[in-house]
Design a protein around this ligand. Structure first.
Ligand code: NAP
Length: 368
């Protein structure tokens, strides 16, 4: 098990037929370190050639990559047929029950696979790191504790990436904190794209020409996940940070890709000027940039001066979909500051964010 393929790390994509899975396959096509050697999905797709399994549901603008067209889709629950050269598993699926998804991910880890998941199921599991590589790369160091807690082989673990809804503003909080301006109150309203609800949402008639002011479970995730990300490893798990309150309203809007967030901030002590904020955000760099990770955006936060930016159509693909674009930065009458943030939900908010996390874990030696 775990041989390299042409000097690259062999990976499997679970949920490969879905919205996020399709983006994994696109982004991994010419990846310098990873090579997709296995694709898996539900029993509906299992046994078909990949190109047949996505007939009528290949919904991203680029064509199906040649390399994957004739791969045979494996049932995600069939462990016997995992090719021997798989080391790392990108999981882009949810089973009907969260508990089943949690166990499912650890079923792979128990067999020695490094699992990087986009699902919410294990995000609040204490010994599972939820990583945004620009913010909390140090949380990777919970992995040996997780392996010990659960008696996993030393190649197996579960790491997750957070919800796509927080992606458009949380890195801004990190940049401001690092510059000496910690935030303690956030009021955020998200305008989330259709692709965030999976491939079925893109063709759903009730989401066309409409806004739905509710996304099940999303506000809770938007309010709680940043606290874990800013938290600390203590004992056997990660303890959420104190002193940050987030209040969220999450809506679904008829945009194909790209989550927008309208954000109001209150600062814990000093309040920066608008010009200082622009300078802090546009000069923000972090570990992925220092390490020059293949998927890292050179400029993680792009600041726009134009009053009508960011816009999903114009800005979601900046830095290959990995940058967060921020505009409308201004003083606020009720809070201290406000801005509008935008990020690509299936790239930075899902597949791209997970690949960047895997690259970090390779550099840290957790994926061999
Ligand atoms: P999706 O488009 O609905 O795709 C779901 C995938 O999971 C498909 O490959 C599907 O296979 C498979 N699947 C569904 N039910 C299954 C079952 N019972 N057993 C085995 N496989 C099953 O969903 P998505 O938007 O890609 O999201 C995937 C995961 O990423 C979810 O956990 C989601 O919450 C998370 N996420 C999504 C986004 C986003 O922007 N879309 C962002 C962050 C995180 P078949 O094609 O064979 O049915």
């Amino acid at each position: 098990m775990h041989n390299k393929v042409n000097n690259k790390i062999g990976v499997s994509v679970l949920g490969a037929t879905g919205m996020v899975g399709q983006n994994f396959l696109r982004l991994l096509e010419n990846h310098p370190w990873f090579k997709v050697v296995d694709v898996a999905a539900s029993e509906r797709s299992a046994g078909k050639l990949f190109k047949e399994s996505v007939q009528n549901k290949w919904l991203i603008p680029t064509p199906i990559p040649e390399y994957v067209k004739n791969m045979r889709v494996r049932n995600v629950h069939n462990f016997e047929n995992i090719p021997p050269d798989v080391t790392c598993v990108f999981s882009a699926m949810d089973l009907p029950e969260k508990k089943a998804t949690r166990e499912f991910e650890f079923n792979y880890a128990t067999r020695g696979y490094a699992v990087i998941s986009t699902s919410s199921a294990n995000r609040q599991t204490g010994d599972v790191p939820m990583i945004i590589p620009e913010i909390n790369p140090q949380h990777a160091d919970i992995i040996p504790i997780q392996q010990k807690n659960r008696q996993l082989p030393n190649t197996g673990f579960v790491a997750v990436k957070p919800n796509c809804s927080i992606q458009s503003y949380i890195v801004v909080l990190e940049a401001l904190k690092n510059a000496g301006f910690p935030v303690n109150r956030v009021q955020v309203t998200t305008l989330q794209a259709l692709s965030g609800a999976g491939y079925k949402a893109l063709t759903s008639p009730e989401l066309k020409d409409n806004i739905v002011p509710f996304i099940s479970g999303e506000e809770d995730k938007t309010e709680k996940e940043p606290l874990k990300i800013f938290g600390k490893i203590m004992g056997n798990g990660i303890t959420p940070v104190d002193g940050l309150e987030i209040n969220a309203v999450c809506t679904r809007v008829p945009v194909v890709d790209g989550h927008t967030a309208v954000v109001h901030l209150g600062f814990a002590s000093k309040i920066p000027s608008v010009d200082e904020v622009k300078m802090i955000l546009s000069s923000f760099r972090a570990l992925p940039q220092e390490l020059n990770l293949p998927t890292a955006p050179a400029t993680p936060i792009i600041v726009k001066e134009d009053e009508n930016r960011p816009q999903p159509q114009l800005d979601r693909d900046s830095e290959n979909g990995m940058a967060v674009t921020v505009g409308r930065i201004a003083k606020d009458h009720f809070f201290d500051l406000r801005f509008v943030g935008l990020s690509h939900n299936t790239v930075r908010g899902a597949a791209g964010g997970a690949i960047l996390t895997a690259e970090l874990l390779v550099k840290k030696g957790y994926i061999a």
